[in-house]
Write a protein that binds this ligand. Structure first.
Ligand code: RRO
Length: 310
């Protein structure tokens, strides 16, 4: 009952991990592949391996998380090798997340991906908040349009973008106008809410080391912002661009709300970090129970159908 049509494919369920969580190593990726997630995405990848920021760089509270990982990853070749092997034994397409650090690296990485045997989806991360000195690309609308123009001049495999949250209706309008110019497969909203601050009152101190404690906020704190971004883009983008909803999904109810706002796939980050890969079977059964109680047998019966007041 939870089958999800996504571009030319059908996933067994709409749930997957959010990039960055449980997807750095072969072991973690294998666990995702063997879980109830419908598919999975890699950690955002750079040309070369990166250590990332100094620790502590991740911290959890009752309501969510703050992170300033700084893009630690094992490098492009590691993930390409993994995915090439994976697709020999599994028919479900997976997602390769590529970090956007600078134009030249982007282009080089995506050209290699274009020329490779990789057959899945590419998620271009335009929204990492945690690399000191590097602003979040998708807050710069002109640069975003330039990057996408360059990328789509040669890239022919299905590609989407991971966006930061926007907070102004004018920004939704402006970004949607840009995105609608390109043959994107999907838009993923949202990345963590950048540069938040969590304070340890007892120690009178920040909780993570990089950037004087500033980091991306995830988890329950960000669900209303995530839902607003999913809804705003669902209403503004060409219907061929599907939405991946990310942000604050900890339960079947959260999943249902994202779907009602128009999401096709759903990514779980903070709660996956907390609970491990069993989160997927729990959230799926909670979602099914909600659908049952409402008399829905398929997601398509309610996706995007959020009501407003007259
Ligand atoms: O690695 C990170 O610090 C990180 C990335 Br690339 C991202 O896109 N979002 C996030 O919250 N952390």
């Amino acid at each position: 009952m939870l089958e999800t049509a996504f571009q030319d494919y059908t996933f067994q369920s709409p749930l997957m991990n959010a990039s960055g969580v449980h997807c750095m190593t072969t072991e973690e990726l294998n666990e995702l592949a063997n879980s109830k997630a419908g598919t999975f995405v890699t950690k955002s990848v750079t040309k070369q391996k990166r250590q990332g920021n100094p620790e502590p760089r991740y911290y959890e509270t009752d309501f969510g998380s703050i992170n300033s990982m700084g893009l630690p990853n094992l490098g492009f070749d590691y993930y390409l090798d993994y995915l090439k092997k994976h697709q020999k034994i599994a028919s479900t397409p997976v997602f390769f997340s590529v970090a956007s650090m600078n134009m030249q690296d982007n282009i080089e990485t995506l050209k290699r991906l274009e020329d490779s045997e990789f057959r899945g989806f590419t998620e271009l991360n335009l929204s990492c908040p945690n690399v000191p000195g590097k602003p979040q690309v998708a807050y710069d609308f002109e640069t975003t349009e330039k990057i996408l123009t360059e990328v789509f001049s040669f890239f022919t495999k299905p590609l989407g973008v991971k966006l930061p949250p926007y907070f102004d209706l004018v920004h939704f309008d402006q970004m949607a106008t840009i995105l609608n110019k390109f043959p994107l497969a999907f838009v993923n909203s949202i990345n963590s809410v950048g540069n938040g601050l969590i304070v340890d009152t007892e120690k009178e101190q920040v909780v993570i080391k990089p950037k004087e404690g500033f980091g991306g906020i995830g988890g329950q704190y960000i669900k209303p912002t995530a839902l607003a971004n999913v809804r705003a883009f669902y209403l503004r983008l060409n219907p061929s661009i599907q939405i991946i909803g990310t942000g604050g999904i900890t339960s079947g109810q959260d999943a249902f709300e994202h779907l009602l706002c128009g999401a096709s796939m759903l990514q779980i980050g903070t709660q996956l970090y907390k609970e491990g890969t069993s989160v997927f079977s729990r959230v799926l059964s909670e979602l099914e129970a909600i659908m049952d109680a409402k008399g829905y047998s398929r997601i398509e019966q309610f996706r995007g159908n959020l009501k407003t007041f007259e």
